[in-house]
Write a protein that binds this ligand. Structure first.
Ligand SMILES: [Zn+2]
Length: 354
């Protein structure tokens, strides 16, 4: 708030969004659209409660898998093959680049002495867009390969088509390219799974991803909006106030079937992202944009793929909203997020009917 005042912005939120030219309505639309669709999250809680056979559903029960995790050991070569199948809708050119990356050694696959954990896409303007994995033979590692290659191929296209200064892309756009790949892969896996148990496992995985990346992050975003506005309107907040706001949000988001224990009141204090103001909403917008792209690619084929590749080639040659809009995804409307919620509902239907 101090920075926003000294820089003469109207609010902390404007101060935070302006450098990337993100209109405030994008943020507000995101919060409003989720608020208008909380019944979908309530339905998820109620279905999960029923499937787990619980009398009372608590927050921690959300993390219980619906079925015993399928034990699996997927060799890396098999993972590459699966990802390639999943990404087939992106067309020959994209797959050729993917193959080139795998064969030319973009990817450092396995954990190693001194190598940090997690997975990354990196490199420079004139190097290969390297991928660091810590491959561990699980289905999530297959998904991670699709994700990181999404970043790297985004970098590949942007670096090839843009001068150095525009070759990087903003965070608002970064996770779109990676999540589009994950979304296509998941579509392929669920669509082709014959085994009921494995299918249930996959459906649950995608539902959890939407819950944690979209609903949960928007709840965080709403918390930031409420707290900043309160202070801007001259009402300072104590720790107790923050606990109360957090509690009310949890009640509203999870609905009547969730027992909201007192312990959850403190959760706001352990979210590191709150130190980067107005940051987390981008998880939800990124996911929604990616889902829109994946949908369009599956439905419209080549024309959608061309538009999508236009996005990948743009780097930061224009503001994020414009780059996405030119490729056919308008983040100033609620449509992308509404489509994501539609997918969430569709997965809930599948879950109920398995
Ligand atoms: Zn990523």
């Amino acid at each position: 708030m101090f920075i926003s005042k000294t820089r003469k912005y109207k609010s902390s939120m404007e101060c935070s969004l302006k450098p990337n030219d993100i209109p405030m309505e994008v943020y507000n639309n995101t919060v409003d659209t989720i608020n208008n669709n909380l019944k979908s999250l309530h339905r998820y809680v109620s279905i999960k409660k029923k499937l787990l056979g619980l009398d009372e559903m608590h927050m921690y029960d959300l993390y219980v898998p619906l079925i015993d995790t399928v034990q699996e050991h997927i060799e890396y070569d098999e993972a590459v093959k699966t990802v390639k199948e999943g990404l087939k809708p992106l067309g020959k050119e994209y797959l050729d680049i993917f193959n080139e990356g795998i064969e030319d050694g973009w990817v450092d696959i396995y954990p190693n002495k001194g190598k940090r954990g997690g997975a990354y896409s990196t490199g420079d303007y004139d190097t290969m867009p390297y991928v660091l994995l810590n491959y561990d033979y699980k289905l999530t590692d297959v998904s991670t390969l699709a994700h990181e290659m999404g970043h790297s191929i985004h970098s590949y296209y942007s670096r090839k088509n843009q001068p150095y200064i525009y070759s990087d892309y903003s965070l608002f756009c970064a996770e779109v390219a990676s999540t589009t790949n994950e979304s296509l892969l998941m579509h392929y896996l669920i669509g082709n799974e014959k085994d009921e148990k494995r299918k249930l496992y996959l459906i649950n995985q995608e539902l959890e991803q939407i819950r944690t990346t979209v609903f949960r992050q928007v709840m965080f975003a709403e918390f930031e909006k409420i707290t900043h506005e309160s202070i801007e309107n001259g009402t300072p907040l104590t720790g107790e106030d923050l606990c109360k706001i957090w509690r009310n949000l949890n009640k509203k988001y999870f609905g009547p079937d969730m027992v909201v224990d007192e312990e959850i009141d403190m959760e706001w204090s352990r979210i590191p992202h709150f130190y980067s103001d107005f940051y987390v909403y981008q998880y939800a917008t990124g996911y929604a944009a990616a889902h829109s792209f994946a949908n369009a690619i599956l439905k419209n084929g080549e024309s959608a793929v061309e538009a999508y590749k236009g996005f990948l080639k743009s780097g930061s040659s224009d503001y994020p909203i414009n780059v996405l809009r030119k490729a056919g995804v308008d983040m100033t409307t609620p449509k992308p997020l509404e489509d994501t919620i539609k997918r969430f509902d569709e997965l809930l239907d599948m879950l109920e009917n398995v």
